[in-house]
Design a protein around this ligand. Structure first.
Ligand SMILES: [Fe+2]
Ligand SMILES: [Fe+2]
Length: 254
């Protein structure tokens, strides 16, 4: 039987994460009554992934002007998600022109821009693909409350540089890795079109996790394993403790 992806893709992710998703979360996620919650939250997660990569470029790699130009790229996606404005089908054609990609004069700045621009492109494409699936399954997007997960990780970010940047990159790696692990776990339990879509996401999300980690290591220029281990514990606690707000990244359903 073919899974449509290489199992070894998940090996580094399983060793990076301190725990696997608990069965109780999976039981909840496969309930047809939660399909709309999963898809709506997934949609928002794709946008948030693009937004946080955009934030990193603007905060760390480019001047204000090129940062603002780049920001315009996200606006129609944000208008749709937060203000219910615009036709979702038109979002498909909104790609970034090569000339809009800013340059940085530092080596790490350029690597950050290159990796993050590619990541934003892919997340916005995923965003559109989630909308297509929602349309196909008759799921209306409804504004949803935010989950504790990303907030729970980011509140441990250092307050001084360059540690703050390194911590944010490590958090990015955890969010991507957990998403990848959960996509693989629930894919076989969801309707076939959604399962196939989730499996198709594994490859890029696994690369996103790796890109964040590589950047963190490059920028730190020293061993960051202690910091990774610290966030591994924080992340596992968010996954393994009771959480009454069922979301794509929530803890054990309370
Ligand atoms: Fe994504
Ligand atoms: Fe991603």
């Amino acid at each position: 039987m073919s899974f449509g992806y290489n199992i070894s893709l998940l090996d580094p992710i399983h060793s990076f994460l301190k725990c696997e998703t608990p069965d109780l979360w999976i039981e909840e996620a496969k309930k047809p009554s939660n399909l709309s919650a999963i898809l709506s939250d997934h949609l928002v997660c794709e946008l948030k992934a693009a937004q946080s990569a955009m934030y990193l470029i603007r905060r760390y790699a480019v001047d204000e002007q090129s940062g603002d130009a780049l920001l315009q790229w996200l606006k129609p996606f944000e208008d749709f998600t937060y203000r219910q404005q615009g036709d979702w089908r038109l979002l498909a054609g909104l790609t970034l022109k090569k000339s809009m990609i800013p340059k940085s004069n530092s080596a790490y700045g350029q690597d950050l821009i290159d990796k993050m621009v590619l990541l934003i492109k892919e997340e916005l494409h995923h965003f559109y693909q989630v909308l297509e699936i929602m349309h196909q399954f008759g799921v209306e997007y409804d504004k949803i409350t935010s989950s504790r997960y990303a907030r729970g990780l980011l509140r441990h970010v250092s307050t001084y540089e360059p540690n703050a940047l390194i911590d944010k990159l490590i958090c990015g790696a955890y969010i991507e890795a957990r998403s990848c692990e959960r996509f693989a776990k629930i894919a076989p339990l969801l309707p076939k079109e959604i399962g196939d879509f989730y499996l198709s996401l594994l490859r890029s999300e696994a690369r996103h996790y790796q890109d964040y980690l590589t950047l963190a290591q490059e920028i730190a220029g020293e061993d960051i394993n202690d910091r990774i281990a610290f966030f591994a514990d924080v992340e596992a606690e968010l996954i393994l403790t009771p959480d009454d707000n069922f979301k794509f990244h929530s803890g054990i359903p309370a």
